[in-house]
Ligand binder design. Structure first.
Ligand code: BDR
Ligand code: CA
Length: 314
């Protein structure tokens, strides 16, 4: 059983990740923290509340966090995710209020209160909230069981610049703080997610579930794929953040290697690059399990759909 906090910036692929984690009988989501990323933080907090409500779980608390990266300007991407971040479905406004605490305060309090090794952090966005929490209270690092993050790319390069993937590019200093904190970290980079595009008829399969979640997911998938297919010329696209949750749930479907990983914070052409010492040439200590690829994408999406079908039909 994984007791998790999800830090996120929904994002259609974040929405799938949240729904998957909530649906899984092997996961207990104790809270969702949101951050500025794909869209501004007020919108990501709204979106997270809409998503937990869609899943029939308005009791899962949602906390809004940082309004921008530690040192840099926010970098919203409505051209990818739409103006709301979760375009593709006619969402009603969230019915329940946002929790009043700041996400960073809640993270620190919760991680100090929970037993050592009890909580896994799933990071699906720029890692600003986690870095601020670690700076505020470094003792939380030793209490976290594991961090699984979606971000970075080495073999695949970047998806925002030739060198950098979005979540790392937006706040490379935050990612460096998180990876430098000595925790057990697993990365689901675009090396891994690009190896697992959704099945060509995935949105039709979701629609055929004939549930509200299935219809919302089908709409989001169609919207999410439009930009990606035009950019990459592929017939379909991977649900990056949902794949990171899949990596936690089903490690048998992934292949990777522990190795030293660092982030470029000051490059002229390479800011936000993930420098992976895959061949262990630096002599530095391994600090990350770098998932290089998914071994069976069809099975991954099949299992995702089984989980999503557990969510309420209306
Ligand atoms: C990551 O960037 C965001 O746009 C997605 O939600 C995902 O977390 C993929 O590079
Ligand atoms: Ca995301």
């Amino acid at each position: 059983m994984h007791r998790v906090i999800i830090d996120t910036d929904p994002g259609q692929d974040d929405a799938f990740a949240l729904l998957l984690a909530i649906a899984s009988p092997d996961v207990e989501v104790i809270g969702v923290t949101t951050v500025a990323g794909n869209v501004p933080v007020a919108q990501t907090a709204d979106n997270a509340r809409r998503i937990v409500e869609l899943a029939g779980r308005p009791d899962i608390p949602v906390f809004a966090g940082a309004a921008g990266p530690i040192l840099r300007a926010p970098r919203p991407v409505p051209e990818i995710h739409g103006d709301t971040g979760i375009d593709g479905w006619a969402w009603a406004p969230p019915a329940h209020p946002i929790r009043p605490e700041h996400a960073v305060d809640w993270l620190v309090e919760t991680l100090l209160r929970e037993p050592v090794g009890a909580v896994t952090l799933i990071a699906l966005a720029p890692q600003t909230n986690l870095a601020l929490a670690l700076r505020r209270e470094p003792a939380i690092a030793a209490r976290i069981r594991q961090v699984v993050f979606m971000g970075g790319g080495y073999f695949e390069g970047g998806n925002m610049t030739p060198a950098a993937e979005y979540n790392i590019l937006v706040d490379p200093e935050a990612a460096a703080i998180v990876l430098g904190a000595g925790m057990d970290v697993t990365a689901a980079p675009i090396d891994c997610t690009h190896s697992a595009p959704a099945p060509i008829d995935w949105s039709m399969q979701l629609e055929a579930m004939d549930t509200q979640v299935g219809r919302a997911c089908a709409g989001m998938m169609r919207f999410f794929e439009r930009h990606g297919i035009a950019k990459y010329g592929t017939p379909t696209r991977p649900l990056h953040d949902a794949i990171a949750v899949g990596a936690l749930l089903w490690p048998d479907l992934f292949e990777g290697r522990r190795c030293p990983v660092e982030f470029e914070c000051a490059g002229q052409l390479t800011t936000g690059m993930t420098v992976v010492d895959w061949l262990r040439q630096t002599g530095k200590a391994d600090n990350c399990l770098w998932l290089r690829r998914c071994l069976d994408p069809a099975e991954l999406y099949r299992r995702m759909q089984v989980e999503l079908s557990r969510l309420p039909a209306t």
